[in-house]
Write a protein that binds this ligand. Sequence first.
Ligand SMILES: *Cc1c(COP(=O)(O)O)cnc(C)c1O
Length: 372
Amino acid sequence: MVEPRVYDAMSKPIVGHLDPFFFEVTQAVKTGLNACFGTANEFTVAMSATGSGGMETAVANFVEPGSKFLIFANGYFCDRLTEMGKRQQANVIRIEKPWGETWTPEEAREAILREKPNTVAYVAAETSTGCWTDGKTICDAAHEVGALVIADCVTALGSMPIEFDKTGIDIAYSCSQKGMGCPPGLSPFTVSPRALKWLTEDRKSVIPTWYLDIKLLSEYFGGAKRYHHTAPITAFYALHEGLSVIADEGLEARFTRHWKNRNAFVAGIEAMGMEMHVAKGHRLWNLMTPKVPAGISDMGVRKHLMDNYGVEILGGFGELAGKVFRIGLMGVLATEKDTLFLLEKFEEALKAQGFVPKASAVEAAKAVYKAA
Ligand SMILES: *Cc1c(COP(=O)(O)O)cnc(C)c1O
């Protein structure tokens, strides 16, 4: 859901795409995004594109034709990265895990040292599975073999820490509409000095797309302020306000709020006698994937919530079709009130499908809030 203040910002007068005020907005957006990413990067912009556009920007700029592109594949968005790598004519290699699992540091390191790729990509927060992949070992090993690391931070940004600099990520992208609580349309995008140096000094072939060429974009958002494309001004106002909302709450407070709600939600699920799909320690803070209990129709549960309460939760797809629910509690929805409301209605919907809960989800979640 979108923050109310963000809706207000979207009704403000639209200036030109070369107006000095617009560049004040992009400057503030850069500062806010750097805080969310956990970086001091000089090149941080909001691409005029959705998350997939950010993904394509990363691949088009940092994966050369004929180069070796290693993808840590454990969900749907890893497959999209694979497809983009192939279209850039890279030699794509995948190291696979079942959807919802992630690699041990030893496995990640071994794969990178064995393959010696030019570029590595992983999805930090896999929206299709609810699984977090930690990038520290991936980045350390990649740098040992001289590779750059792309991290998909689409769902995570704004709801949980990315720690771009500490982790050693080289390129990261996100979207405006998930953890950030803004409308869709922009893709936060950041590049390390190391990756920029590679792009300007070491890349051999021309960047195959004009629109997503970040060297051209840096002349628009950066020093020269030269026309590149007509930026969607209203989307920038929205992201700017969304970042102000985050700054007003405080990044740490916002992260803690999501973490606390996730923990309360999981306690509720487990109290009912259900299981989470992702192992403890690897779960996202804003998107939860409880397993569908045996014999229960996930469609029936979802329809009950939608028809009676206008609450939309999603099902699994691909490897996880019919096996998990995907439930987002992020931004304005990551509150005690909304979490308890959802658990109560979720339990009711499950019961309507014939599920018999072991104990009350709401009482277990309340106990977590009380203890915190
Ligand atoms: C949503 C999502 C994308 C794609 O973003 P769009 O804004 O839908 O283009 C990419 N990666 C992940 C992990 C996502 O969750």
